[in-house]
Design a protein around this ligand. Structure first.
Ligand code: AP5
Length: 598
């Protein structure tokens, strides 16, 4: 702390028991001092960054402390994991309402884990007390209990995070992000914590905590007149009160916090950990401590290639997983929903590649990406592909994005309808202004000739058979040429289609199916409907590498909102019977009746 005395979807449809559910269209197979921001004295360099730091051009330097541990030696074929697992420091975010105890817990976390504490409140107060330009701008907002404009705070945080100590010791981000747009700024720079801790304290307690709070300007320690009184009279005499610790301002801060909390949590839904903050501080810390120790342990195991061990696989990540976005029947999907899925797919894919997997497929069938629906949007598929490719390119990899060309000969020449014009769209798309396209990203087709020496990763857009033509031979030739370099199929459709003579292609069918099955899912998401229908949404099935398949049921709430409730998890993709049994609450592996609706 740096105290100062100067301031002081979906439509609501009832979910009824269902006779039978089906997957719709089963078409294809990481300061100088360990304490804190206080070590970051107000910095004149801040203004250099300001809003420009968020420009895409600057992403690269920041990406150095992003999540991805992979580095590729472009000359070698395949990926070289050069990260050193043991030395990768923890990255932690702590959030909670005003006076929920973030600062108090941060002191303890820093003592135990030696992370660099970056508190935007402290950084801002330091700027204010030093009378810097930033401080003068921030003062009026802070004194009013309002949020300081994003461009000021974000630039401050980025500057602090980019310092060597934060990279080496790990960081503990306190009070940032505080809005959806701040969270998105971090996401764009691929700055992600290992865990997002939220301290949960009832409102009435928060107000009392603020009013009784006192700060020691000498040690930075936080006291409370009743809860944690100062140890000596000398300390007591020098304590100061924060300007924004009046009842009225606390209420305004609380209101702002609540308005933003949901949107921020949704950004970190798979790593959020809510902790009851209304307990003795030692007890709270004990829980945080064991959580962080577990995160460290999991990560070490997770980073060992080929060692996604059972503890992680079986970890009930639904504890942290806040669920599936709602309103998925509202088309077009909102930007937030699309981003949500893009991030979900990206993280799963990165984890799989980090684990040394090379033959991957992503299957995602939200309505806009489901070719069986009349709302299918090629633009959404292209956006997803762009997110993946740019992310890999940001890590210095050469990515080839491939779309199959037209196949066949003479009257049978053709291209699957879905892919018509796709390559052109890709070529005309905005690939950012730092020269990724052409340097790190290239567009190609499917086939062995498409595999160049410098390519590191191949992303193949919706490869599929067309009537009379089979893509698998070209695909196989390409993967053979790619060797152990990752090939990622996005929404492949490799099922058999009738040949030119109207009969199913059976020549070499077993071999083709075997080849298609050699790609493992790194991500799977499918909505569930009544058999033969596309409405209402009954539930969803999701798998994000390396975790289990998660089966969710969509439930209407009395408020008119909806939510997804987890029913069961599976080590492998469940079949229709297993899905139906889980919806009916039947025990697993029950012997099937000879008759009945199943
Ligand atoms: P900031 O300093 O971050 O304020 P805050 O989030 O409101 O949080 P506090 O510092 O008030 O509380 P805390 O959770 O740290 O609780 P503490 O441990 O001190 O931000 C201040 C302002 O800066 C914002 O209003 C905004 O204007 C601006 N700002 C900051 N970040 C920004 C951003 N990202 N974007 C825009 N603007 C931003 O504990 C509180 C009291 O409770 C203490 O007295 C303590 O002793 C006591 N206590 C703690 N734990 C317990 C316990 N377990 N039991 C009993 N008492 C306890």
């Amino acid at each position: 702390m740096f105290p100062t005395s100067t301031f002081s979807s979906l439509h609501s449809t009832n979910v009824t028991p269902t006779p039978s559910l089906s997957y719709l269209s089963t078409s294809s197979l990481s300061s100088s001092s360990s304490t804190s921001s206080s070590s970051s004295s107000p910095s004149s360099s801040l203004s250099l960054l300001q809003s420009s730091c968020l420009h895409r051009r600057h992403l690269r330097s920041f990406c150095a402390f992003g999540d991805t541990q992979l580095r590729i030696d472009p000359k070698s074929k395949g990926l070289k994991v050069t990260c050193s697992v043991g030395s990768e420091p923890l990255k932690v975010m702590i959030s909670g309402a005003p006076a929920s105890g973030k600062g108090t817990q941060c002191e303890l976390i820093v003592q135990k884990f030696g992370l660099v504490h970056i508190s935007t409140g402290d950084l801002l107060r330091a700027e204010v007390s030093s009378g810097t330009e930033i401080g003068n701008k921030a003062k009026e907002f802070m004194n009013a209990g309002r949020l300081v404009p994003d461009e000021i705070v974000t630039a401050m945080v980025m500057t602090r995070l980019s310092r060597q100590d934060a990279k080496e010791k790990g960081w503990l981000l306190d009070g940032y992000p505080r809005s959806f747009s701040q969270a998105q700024s971090l996401e764009e720079l691929k700055i992600r914590p290992d865990v997002y801790i939220v301290l949960d304290v009832p409102d009435e307690i928060l107000v009392n905590r603020c009013i009784g709070r006192r700060l020691d300007p000498v040690t930075g320690k936080i006291y409370h007149l009743k809860n944690f009184p100062p140890e000596t009279e000398e300390i007591k005499s020098r304590l100061v009160i924060r300007r924004d610790d009046t009842e009225e301002k606390v209420k305004s801060r609380l209101e702002i916090y609540k308005k933003n909390a949901e949107a921020i949590s949704s950004t970190y839904s798979n790593i959020v950990k809510k902790i009851n903050g209304n307990r003795p501080k030692e007890e709270i810390f004990k829980e945080i401590e064991s959580l962080l120790l577990q995160v460290q342990k999991d990560r070490v195991k997770m980073m060992k290639p080929g060692n996604i061990i059972p503890e992680i696989k079986n970890k009930k990540n639904q504890d942290n997983w806040r669920g599936i976005p709602t309103k998925l029947n509202n088309i077009p999907h909102s930007r937030e929903i699309r981003k949500y899925f893009y991030t979900d797919v990206l993280e799963a894919t990165q984890r799989a590649i980090n684990d040394g997997r090379t033959r991957l497929k992503v299957e995602i069938n939200i309505p806009e990406l489901n070719p069986e629906m009349d709302v299918y949007r090629i633009g959404t598929l292209m956006e997803l592909v762009r997110v993946l490719a740019l992310s890999f390119a940001d890590d210095g990899k050469h990515v080839k994005v491939c779309v199959q060309g037209s196949m066949g000969e003479g009257a049978l020449i053709g291209m699957p309808l879905q892919l018509a014009g796709t390559r052109q769209i890709l070529e005309f798309m905005d690939w950012g202004d730092y020269g990724a396209m052409g340097n790190f990203i290239k567009i190609g087709s499917v086939g062995s000739k498409e595999v160049d020496e410098q390519d590191d990763i191949f992303v193949i857009v919706a490869p599929q058979n067309a009537v009379g033509n089979c893509i698998i031979d070209d695909l196989k030739a390409m993967t053979d040429a790619a060797g152990n370099r990752p090939v990622i199929l996005i929404n492949p459709r490799l099922k058999d289609l009738p040949g030119s003579s109207g009969v199913m292609q059976t020549m070499g069918r077993d071999k083709r199916l075997e080849y298609a099955a050699s790609f493992e899912n790194c991500y799977f998401f499918r909505l569930l409907y009544y058999a033969g229908t596309q409405y209402p949404i009954m539930g969803a099935l999701r798998m994000s590498f390396p975790y289990r398949y998660e089966l969710y049921k969509r439930v209407d709430e009395p408020s008119g909102k909806e939510k997804y409730v987890i029913l069961s998890t599976f080590p492998e993709r469940p079949d229709t019977d297993e899905v139906n049994d889980a919806f009916l609450g039947k025990p697993r592996n029950k012997t099937k009746e000879a008759s009945g609706i199943w």
